[in-house]
Design a protein around this ligand. Structure first.
Ligand SMILES: C[S@@+](CC[C@H](N)C(=O)[O-])C[C@H]1O[C@@H](n2cnc3c(N)ncnc32)[C@H](O)[C@@H]1O
Length: 256
């Protein structure tokens, strides 16, 4: 049997790696890194950098695979994502088979370095099950990592929840589609290309925004949305033009 480790690596700061993550990366036989093309080469470089930094062995066995792109012509979102997961599972399978053939080994410990934490808006656990439906040869281990929300709250020195209150985690698309969730004071948003906070019709809405959290180029802004909303949108646009990509997340608190 193989062991497949899905290892949360945090969102850009190698110091956020747990000891468990570090130990498993160090002792894995094979590390699989997704190559998402030139726009996101920073993220690949960071994963490579993490491997290099924590490796005590002279060389870790790293293999890269080209990340398939989603078929945007398929208008059914769920089937589009499902198809994409199958294609990624096939990439894992091909890379592992090729490595086994080259190294002439049967049982491997294989690590995948997962951005943030594998439990938050990440597909790797689902992809593992698709992979193993076909291969039936692997056990899964999931190693938690620091999420972008934790990195954001720490950077702004705030708590995610108000005392004794829940908070809601969603995406920009859901916030646009369904509006502010009922009975909710705090909303955390990931995956928002469209600055959806500027569309929320509420007075006294505060935002804590962060881009490239944990990286040297980290940007933080906060304030009342009516005062800083446009500035954040402009900052986001300029940064995306400068670096070719952006990842940002934010927390909104409604103060009635
Ligand atoms: C596919 S989700 C993955 C989330 C990840 N698993 C986590 O635990 O944070 C990607 C989204 O996470 C957020 N994100 C990830 N890394 C980030 C970073 N370094 N700075 C700001 N936001 C980040 C962005 O909202 C991005 O669109």
């Amino acid at each position: 049997m193989n062991n497949i480790y899905l290892i949360g690596i945090g969102t850009g700061n190698p110091d956020h790696l747990t000891l468990e993550a570090k130990n498993l990366i160090e002792t894995s036989d094979l590390i699989l890194l997704p190559n998402k093309g030139s726009e996101k080469s920073d993220l690949l470089d960071l994963r490579r950098f993490i491997c290099k930094q924590i490796s005590k062995k002279s060389s870790l066995s790293i293999r890269e695979f080209s990340m398939p792109v989603r078929d945007e012509t398929n208008k059914n979102y769920l089937s589009r994502v499902d198809q994409w997961h199958k294609e990624i599972a096939t990439c894992w399978s091909n890379a592992i088979t090729e490595f086994r053939r080259q190294e002439k080994v049967l049982n491997l410990n294989i690590a995948l370095l997962i951005w943030g934490d594998p439990s938050l808006y990440d597909s790797s656990i689902k992809i593992f099950h698709k992979y193993n439906e076909q291969e039936k040869n692997s056990c899964l281990k999931v190693v938690p990592g620091i999420t972008s929300l934790q990195a954001l709250a720490a950077a702004h020195k705030i708590t995610l929840n108000s005392v004794g209150k829940p908070f809601h985690v969603t995406t920009g698309r859901m916030l646009r589609q369904f509006g502010w969730p009922d009975e909710t004071e705090t909303v955390a948003v990931l995956l928002d290309e469209k600055c959806s906070f500027n569309l929320v019709k509420k007075n006294n809405l505060r935002i804590w925004w962060g881009a490239y959290l944990g990286m040297d180029k980290e940007i933080l802004l906060c304030g009342n949305v009516s005062e800083v909303g446009k500035k954040i949108a402009n900052t986001r646009l300029t940064a995306k033009q400068k670096y070719g990509w952006i990842m940002d997340t934010y927390i909104l608190k409604f103060q009635p």
